[in-house]
Design a protein around this ligand. Structure first.
Ligand code: ATP
Ligand code: MG
Length: 308
């Protein structure tokens, strides 16, 4: 770990990153800073390099040029300990990748016991708390095949959290879920964000991106074509349509988010502007109760959370 890194610096700093697969350039000079506790959404057309960028952040794939630092540590240095890095940066994928022959609790406990070599009794206590946090208390003994897609995805999130990461990467984690389970997962992610977890999310859920993010990046053909606070970027009539994104607004959701966001302030950070609504203000603005805040997802425009 680079000892000179401090929490005032970006927890994830991406500078001029290039990545090619053979002759195909997938990332074409991407730069981005993520501060501790920030929620960043990456949005863009299929094939624009979003998943590749996430995979580069936790070194699942290499880069051709540029720099990616996590807590000041260059991720793509030859001697970097990738296991250490992946303890720090959790990643949740569209496919849950749970062990089918292990219960929910066992899935959450595995990595801390086998990778972190922590004591099983302590791991179990924490795993139970994490399952409760993702609203799965009572399902500890269930096998993945006995859980809905949304429940499995929340086990996957708990499993990542069990490593006590400094940041979480989410790659379209609701994309394969049916609408009724999408909302459970989005609520879980929103609560993580409210708790101050640094999150980098790739999503097609524009309403959700608008609600939870501090900063939104639009990617297209390997470059960031637009970025800024969600109010600036996620205009129904401009960016989202221009980039052909799914957008499911309800006026109430958009207006409530806009109003609460207005209580935040904006400040310039280097070349960009970011919203500085405090996490407490965010919590007040976006209460955890799924009954109180409409949240729109998918193409239908209906408010899923308010229907609970
Ligand atoms: N392992 C690989 N080998 C070769 N090409 C790849 C590989 N992974 C991704 N690509 C290519 O890189 C480009 C970007 O892929 P990526 O998965 O990052 O896009 P994406 O923005 O996440 O798209 P989607 O929204 O469909 O998930 C695509 O053209 C894809 O075919
Ligand atoms: Mg992808």
């Amino acid at each position: 770990m680079n000892s000179i890194w401090t929490a005032e610096q970006p927890i994830v700093s991406i500078r001029d990153v290039y990545k090619s697969y053979g002759p195909v350039t997938v990332l074409n000079g991407v730069s981005m800073d993520v501060m501790k506790g920030e929620v960043i959404c990456i949005i863009g057309p299929s094939g624009s390099g979003k998943s590749t960028l996430l995979r580069c952040i936790n070194a699942l794939v290499g880069i051709n040029r540029g720099s990616i630092r996590v807590e000041g540590q260059e991720v793509h240095e030859a001697n970097v300990d990738k296991r250490e890095l992946r303890k720090k940066v959790g990643m949740v994928f569209q496919s849950f990748n749970l062990f089918p022959h292990k219960t929910a609790l066992q899935n959450v406990m595995m990595a801390p016991i086998h990778v972190l070599k922590q004591r099983p009794d302590e791991v179990e206590e924490r795993a139970r708390k994490l399952l409760k946090k993702v609203r799965l208390d009572g399902k500890e003994g269930a096998y993945p095949g006995e859980l809905s897609g949304g429940q499995q995805q929340r086990v996957a999130i708990a499993r990542s959290l069990a490593m006590n990461p400094a940041a979480m990467l989410f790659d379209e984690v609701t994309a394969s879920l049916d609408p009724e389970t999408v909302k459970e997962v989005l609520v879980t992610i929103r609560e993580l964000a409210e708790d101050g977890m640094t999150c980098i999310l790739v999503t097609h859920e524009m309403g959700f991106a608008r609600e939870v993010s501090d900063h939104v990046y639009f990617t297209d053909r390997g470059v960031i074509v637009e970025h800024g606070p969600p109010e600036k970027i996620l205009h129904l009539t401009t960016s989202s349509r221009r980039w052909g994104m799914r957008y499911g607004p309800t006026a109430t959701a958009i207006e409530s988010v806009s109003a609460s966001r207005k209580s935040g302030s904006f400040e310039s950070v280097g070349a960009r502007t970011r919203i500085t609504t405090s996490r407490a203000a965010r919590s007040n603005s976006f209460p955890s109760s799924i009954r109180r805040l409409p949240l729109t997802v998918g193409t239908t425009g209906r408010s899923l959370l308010s229907s609970s």
